[in-house]
Design a protein. Sequence first.
Length: 259
Amino acid sequence: MTDPIIKFDKVVKRFDTFTVINELDFEVQPGEKVTIIGPSGSGKSTVLRILMTLEPISEGVVYVDGDTLWHEKAGDGSLKPAGEAHLRKMREKMGMVFQQFNLFPHMTVRRNLTEAPTQVLGVSKAEAKERADDLLEMVGLTDQADKYPHQLSGGQQQRVGIARALAMRPKIMLFDEPTSALDPELVGEVLGVIRRLAEEHDLTMLLVTHEMNFARQISDRVCFFDRGKVLEQDKPEVLFTDPKEERTREFLKAVLEGN
């Protein structure tokens, strides 16, 4: 068994007096495709926001790619809160696709993809453009490279968002309900891109979604979150057809009957 690329060790996240992540132990192996499902408020998206350093943790330790995320080692070997330089270095290991597309409205599609690699990674403009054009081809948007975000459909904007995250060459891709802001007829085109990523690339992927059939198709493992913990996890064919926990059965019955 290889070392996990993501590890949460007794992680707690509180907002004032409300505990949204409750002593979470959770691991993801390199190259694994893991989907997190669960009711609203169960902590699903907070896990991704912690990994992207958007939400600090209250207790515990998070490890990413063999290094502590929210801590760094002090001179005596103990852990101290991480400084901004450490957080920035760790952030580069991950790409995130949000519910909202978050594209730069004043930049063309291509420049949305080249800006961070040149400014953050120091990639040459020529290499960044070549990388951007390859990624736009992958997500089926070569002919949209010189347009601006407002000229695209929601599905096209989200595909640009995926390409932009990939342009940073992350080891880990995080997807936070990437289709929830889309009209129903546009969902399929975004899920198709994510499915292709899962099938053709050796990326570690962590996905929060309400698309249960999609989770069943692309996941190596599905984790059911409830009250800030993993209540149950298994291969999708097991968890979706024969869940052990009554709470999981209730949730799946409600969600699948609602679709």
